[in-house]
Design a protein around this ligand. Structure first.
Ligand code: NAI
Length: 480
């Protein structure tokens, strides 16, 4: 595949076309970072990438974790299959096999991105790029020039907490990068942070027989989600044998040869305990890749939180330089980066794209049960003193969910009392990641809850619970 792409891929160690200060190549647009960047409409474009195309999402993020989560799902349904009239004896799990499958899935996706680059005649420059004044990007000794714009899409990386002794050492203190490549699982694992990464890996490792302790500093796991979603997940995880410790501060880590001991304070420092595990997985957030890429020299400023400062058109403080994806600010989600890429492409091509509504970016955690949401949480509605009503429908009352035995969770719709606006929507349950989009379309188009109810939901489907939650918020729920 790579061989067939030689005509379009240049490597930083390839002989430059012209050396030194001369411009090696000229494009309309140069994108720094080969993650979910855009196809630049009708413009000659180059993408500079030091590693595999597809970025974190395709290679060490979204795609391989979803493959592993599906392995975990198979392991857990097989354990209960007898009830469904399917008896399977001697169930064995092998993380190495699941890992290798997930790598194949990732590689297939990365090759897919390579294919798309070729199809859209985008030049891929292999190497580490540094932006330079005058809309230039230096890769090795080559300097490439962008006639219209440079787009910075360098993404983010995992981070440890070195101040308490938790520097990622890739053996006893690991990140998702290493977790995705393990041949064997440890017997015990402490996961620090119960955001999307922590939740998804707790699910995966527990299904592969690991004794997991999930530690979250804030008072509840999945703290950015609605409190009721966190409660369902905490209950579900505890039932599966995951030790969930929320409101917990890790004060010290002591690293042994093949174990780590964590000193933890809970209850506002009132209670102290120790957790010992064969390994610690750091899932306490990511750091953006803004260092050593020439930002300062180009006059590109950062925000107080370290993201690249952008205006509503995603242009940085230096005209002609744009930033998209994780480096441009939260939420650090692939689909937000995708959309920003498309919007910036349209802006550079002189079009007027539909502006991104950042409060309409759906959030999905692909653990089991899945958690998906859009808009405000109920606590945020209360903080904003909004006059709302919460409509709710549990999957335990949904025929399709009963049929598959996946009755955990609910759909909750927060409806503005006066105008019927969907202030927020929260789904916990099987396929929540798919069901949320009905509400994403509704919010983007400013449909009311009444209009969601007008849509006929096929029977029997999990999506009927969306219609029922809408009805509940109108005081007309039918099937409960
Ligand atoms: P995160 O910021 O979403 O969650 C980190 C969690 O760690 C927070 O709940 C935080 O309170 C907690 N934490 C921080 N310091 C801690 C400490 N010292 N002790 C205990 N807990 C501590 O970050 P995460 O999960 O690492 O994900 C990184 C980014 O990648 C996020 O923006 C996330 O949304 C995104 N991502 C999205 C996925 C998805 O959409 N399904 C999957 C994986 C990552």
């Amino acid at each position: 595949m790579v061989g067939s792409l030689r005509s379009t891929i240049r490597r930083s160690d390839d002989p430059p076309i012209r050396q030194g200060e001369f411009v090696a190549n000229s494009f309309d647009v140069i994108v720094l970072g080969g993650g979910p960047a855009g196809y630049i409409l009708g413009l000659s474009t180059a993408v500079v990438e030091q590693d595999k195309l597809g970025g974190v999402c395709v290679n060490i993020g979204c795609i391989p974790t979803k493959a592993l989560l599906h392995s975990a799902y198979i392991a857990s349904i097989l354990k209960e299959s007898k009830e469904f009239g399917v008896e399977v004896s001697n169930i064995k799990t092998d993380y190495g096999v699941a890992m290798k499958r997930s790598r194949r899935v990732s590689d297939q996706n990365s090759k897919g991105v390579e294919f798309l680059m070729k199809k859209h005649k985008i030049t891929v420059i292999k190497g580490t790029g540094v932006v330079q004044p005058g809309k230039k990007v230096k890769v090795g000794s080559d300097v490439h020039e962008a006639k219209k714009a440079v787009v910075i899409a360098t993404g983010s990386r995992v981070k440890g907490i070195p101040q308490i002794g938790l520097e990622i050492n890739k053996t006893t203190v690991i990140s998702s990068d290493e977790a995705l490549l393990l041949e064997r699982v440890p017997d015990t694992l402490a996961i620090i942070g119960a955001g999307a990464v922590g939740m998804e890996f707790a699910d995966i490792f527990q299904a592969f027989g690991v004794k997991v302790t999930l530690i979250e500093a804030l008072p509840r796991i999945l703290p950015i989600e609605d409190a009721e979603s966190s409660d369902v997940l905490a209950k579900s995880y505890r039932k599966r044998g995951i030790d969930v410790i929320a409101g917990a501060k890790v004060t010290k880590a002591t690293l042994g040869k093949d174990k780590v001991t964590l000193d933890i304070e809970t209850g506002g420092g009132g209670e102290k305990k120790q957790v010992t595990a064969g390994a610690v997985l750091m899932a306490a957030g990511r750091a953006v890749n803004t260092e050593n890429i020439g930002l300062k020299e180009c006059g590109i400023q950062l925000t107080d939180r370290g993201f690249i400062k952008v205006d509503k058109n995603l242009q940085t403080t230096a005209p002609g330089y744009y930033a998209i994806g994780d480096v441009a600010g939260p939420p650090m989600l692939a689909h937000k980066g995708f959309r920003e890429g498309a919007v910036v492409a349209e802006i550079i091509a002189g079009q007027k794209p539909h502006p991104i509504k950042y409060d309409n970016v759906p959030s999905v955690t692909y653990c089991h049960p899945e958690v998906a949401s859009i808009g405000l949480t109920e606590d945020q509605c209360k903080e904003k003193k909004l006059d709302y009503v919460a409509g709710k429908f549990p999957f335990s009352a949904n025929g399709r969910a009963r049929g598959t035995g996946e009755t955990e969770g609910f759909v909750k719709i927060l409806r503005d009392k006066k105008y019927g606006e969907i202030l927020g929507a929260h789904i916990v349950g099987a396929h929540a990641s798919e069901m949320i989009h009905e509400l994403a379309v509704a919010r983007e188009n400013e449909y009311t809850v009444e209009e969601v109810d007008l849509a006929i939901h096929a029977h029997p489907t999990m999506s009927e619970a969306v219609g029922e939650a809408a009805l509940d918020s109108l005081g007309r729920v039918l099937h409960i």
